[in-house]
Design a protein around this ligand. Structure first.
Ligand SMILES: [Mg+2]
Length: 314
């Protein structure tokens, strides 16, 4: 009988969050209800409590919850409206919401599902049901985020991959267009990389790609920004909410950061590994496509290459 041999794949060094690290946001206008919920959930996850529905969006930005427990009936803004709002944002569309409701009315239950709720829990709270529903929702969220990490990353550099670019980045662009926010893209290419590979071999070439990738990732810090491995030695930096000035500043930092690695490349007249970069910055409309922005950044990259490399052009 033949044995099966499986190729070992190096998985990216991803952040494997566990249940005790999970952040649960509890939103309820009644103090007794907040106390009951938080004292039970505190036993296995990190709790944050908010009593005023108008503070929820800012709190979400601050703590990035893995799960939200939302009271249906609240003054100012009710839970259903709040849930719909969160579901329409880029950052929290996928964050599971469990409604907490004192009403067993089928109409209210249906409204919870329609608003985008993942589940609901009835008041008075049954501790065991709360624990199991919350744990299930968190485990599902953790599994989903692990899966997303795995399918969206390039194995060698651990940067985002083309699949992420094709599936997720267009959504970021749509959100920016809808919110009237600027959007920028930088395309970078390692200078004289073919010469580097020919001189030092492909194993050193891979190590060079990794170092450049890490340098770029370290300089792109906001949560929505991302670095994509676009091709062999080509990278894309996606900068939502970033205008032309911001983009130029990030682009210059990236060119500088790679040069500062001071990795020898005898195939380059500069004697070291450098990158050229081209950018495209715009105020997107609903018709703006990511391909269009990449095309413009690519043209600008060509200008940077023609003008002597190791620089940023727009
Ligand atoms: Mg209430």
């Amino acid at each position: 009988m033949s044995e099966h041999h499986y190729t070992t794949i190096d998985l990216p060094d991803i952040d494997r969050k566990s249940l005790p690290d999970c952040q649960v946001l509890i939103v309820d206008d009644e103090q007794s209800s907040r106390l009951v919920l938080s004292s039970i959930i505190d036993e296995f996850a990190q709790c944050h409590v908010v009593d005023d529905s108008s503070l929820v969006c800012q709190t979400c930005e601050d703590i990035r919850p893995d799960l939200i427990l939302l009271d249906v009936n609240m003054p100012k803004k009710d839970g259903l409206t709040l849930c719909k709002e969160l579901k329409s944002t880029a950052n929290f569309a996928d964050t599971p919401v469990i409604f907490v409701t004192g009403s067993a009315d089928p109409h209210v239950q249906d409204n919870c599902w329609q608003a985008g709720g993942a589940d609901f829990i009835e008041k008075p709270i049954v501790a065991s049901t709360l624990v199991h529903r919350v744990k299930n929702a968190l485990q599902n969220a953790l599994r989903l985020s692990l899966l997303r990490e795995l399918i969206f990353h390039d194995q060698l550099t651990e940067l985002y991959n083309r699949y992420y670019l094709a599936t997720e980045v267009p959504l970021l662009l749509k959100h920016a267009a809808r919110d009237g926010d600027p959007f920028s893209v930088i395309m970078l290419d390692i200078d004289y990389f073919k010469g580097y590979n020919d001189t030092y071999g492909h194993i050193k070439g891979d190590a060079c790609l990794k170092s450049v990738a890490t340098a770029m990732n370290d300089n792109v810090k906001r949560p929505q920004d991302c670095v994509v491995r676009y091709g062999g030695e080509e990278f894309l930096v996606i900068l939502p909410y970033t205008n032309r000035d911001g983009c130029i500043s990030v682009g210059r930092e990236l060119v500088e950061a790679v040069g500062s690695l001071a990795m020898t490349n005898s195939a380059s007249p500069l004697g070291k590994v450098t990158v050229s970069a081209g950018f495209s910055a715009c105020q997107p409309s609903q018709n703006t496509s990511i391909e269009q922005l990449i095309g413009e950044a690519d043209k600008a990259l060509f200008k940077a290459k023609s003008a002597g490399k190791n620089r940023l052009c727009g």
